[in-house]
Design a protein around this ligand. Structure first.
Ligand SMILES: C[S@@+](CC[C@H](N)C(=O)[O-])C[C@H]1O[C@@H](n2cnc3c(N)ncnc32)[C@H](O)[C@@H]1O
Length: 297
């Protein structure tokens, strides 16, 4: 099959995307939402081209064939997600959010938790793609805790539904270009140069555990002081967004912070978050128990 992607018309006047029919794409979107809980909401032409390429790479003759496999194989479902989900990411990709993290959140957590006698931080990077977000969090924490290094226990759990992205992330090996915008001393202190790449040094790499997780499904993760869930909500249907907001609330410690991507907002859900605007970035916070009774957003 030719992987080229042309909109055409069949004899019945139905639009085709190469060998992929539009109604088949709709069926595929519905199936993936039902089966994996993931909303494949990229534009139809992009989706059609990706499905067409997937059929070719798997040597499948038709979408019907693919649908048959998806209905019986979780592995097929995972493979398709790996090829189709948008994994766009980068180091410190949402600069305002990271500035708030460095200047407000980390200093507050540091003072409060030290006062409580618990010198530990747990942070979740949910939908971490190829790891740049998790390593950025690690870099920010290392810098903020520099003088107190050794006396704090830091753990960053980074998860994604795509195993191929996690395998890449686990290596901690990035091309020069990925780190080009970072201050040179930061790169020198936390990465080792390897030919045309930089490898995260153990002091950074060892802070992070990568694990596969579909955020649509409930999981027991313990509580976090801070959760990054950036540019993940667009992959969720409205109902799933509400469920995710409730789940993220559950995963947060009282007083814990939730950071979404720039311009993203939580849906109204039956849980209480306080919110604070920083330009187009909204910082959410789970109230301490007493404040929860007063402030509903
Ligand atoms: C656009 S990328 C954003 C990556 C990173 N958070 C950032 O902002 O740089 C979205 C990521 O969410 C992941 N994702 C989408 N749906 C997911 C789900 N149901 N569970 C876990 N991860 C999911 C995708 O695989 C992708 O890596």
């Amino acid at each position: 099959m030719n992987a080229g992607f042309n909109l055409g018309r069949t004899g019945k006047g139905q639009k085709t995307l190469h060998l992929v029919l539009e109604h088949e794409l709709s069926e595929l979107r519905l199936l993936m939402e039902r089966q994996a809980g993931v909303l494949l909401n990229c534009p139809q032409e992009v989706f059609g081209a990706k499905v067409s390429a997937y059929l070719q790479s798997r040597r499948l003759s038709s979408v019907a064939d693919l649908i048959g496999r998806l209905q019986t194989s979780d592995a097929e479902c995972e493979r398709l997600l790996e090829q189709i989900l948008d994994g766009e990411t980068g180091f410190f990709r949402h600069p305002v959010a990271f500035e708030v993290f460095e200047k407000e959140i980390l200093p507050e957590l540091r003072v409060r938790k030290a006062g409580e006698g618990t010198q530990s931080l747990r942070i979740l990077s949910a939908g971490c793609s190829t790891g740049e977000e998790a390593y950025s969090i690690g870099l920010a924490v290392c810098e903020a805790m520099k003088e107190a290094a050794g006396s704090w226990t830091i753990h960053i759990l980074a998860s994604d539904v795509r195993q191929d992205a996690l395998t890449f992330a686990e290596r901690g090996l990035y091309p020069h270009a990925a780190l080009a915008a970072l201050p040179r001393p930061l790169v020198q202190n936390y990465f080792a140069k390897l030919d045309q790449h930089f490898l995260a040094k153990p002091r950074l790499r060892n802070l992070i555990t990568f694990t596969q997780m579909n955020l649509v499904r409930p999981a027991y993760l313990g509580r976090f002081d801070c959760i990054f869930c950036m540019d993940v909500l667009p992959h969720f249907s409205s109902a799933q967004r509400v469920a995710l907001a409730q789940r993220l609330h559950l995963y947060l410690e009282p007083g814990g912070y939730l950071l979404l991507g720039d311009g993203e907002k939580l849906p109204a859900a039956d849980v209480t978050f306080q919110s604070e605007s920083h330009q187009s970035f909204t910082l959410y916070r789970k109230p301490f128990a007493a404040a929860a009774r007063a402030a509903k957003f």
